[in-house]
Unconditional design. Structure first.
Length: 155
């Protein structure tokens, strides 16, 4: 549930807040406190999203030996592309939305993420070394993120 809310666009979060306001009107709750609460929820969700994204990228960056700027950037050298593919596959396996993955990796379009997932699957299927490397990467990320107290899977 948390990840689903985090991956909402700003507009969708505002719609969520608006729906919350309308619901509370039916029960006679003070609108000012509801507006404050809804806006606080949106701010907290944004902060959580930013912390999670930066932590995941930091851990992946260290392990894959590719800087965060390179992961988010436009360069397409083999090591950077493989790193992006690994991150896309890992996050998608944790049920992140294509939009959320794209946003994390430098505001890439969801179709770019789909292509990356197909490439990653193909690479991992046919290349034993890359399959082992991805397996080690995902295990490492699981361990480091659990140490950090982060849960990437949808609850």
């Amino acid at each position: 549930m948390k990840q689903e809310i985090i991956s909402l666009s700003r507009r969708d979060k505002e719609v969520f807040a608006s729906a919350l306001r309308m619901q509370t009107q039916c029960y006679g709750v003070d609108m000012d406190s509801v507006v404050f609460s809804a806006n606080s929820i949106i701010s907290i969700i944004d902060e959580i999203s930013n912390v999670e994204n930066s932590t995941i990228l930091e851990v992946a960056s260290r392990w894959l030996k590719v800087s965060i700027q390179e992961l988010k950037g436009e360069r397409r050298t083999q090591d950077i592309v493989f790193a992006r593919h690994f991150i896309c596959k890992y996050l998608h396996s944790k049920r992140w939305s294509l939009k959320a993955i794209g946003k994390m990796l430098g505001d890439r379009h969801h179709t770019t993420i789909i292509n990356s997932l197909k490439s990653a699957e193909s690479m991992i299927t046919y290349d034993k070394i890359l399959r082992e490397r991805y397996s080690a990467f995902s295990q490492h990320l699981d361990i480091e993120l659990s140490v950090c107290g982060m849960l990437c899977e949808t609850n």
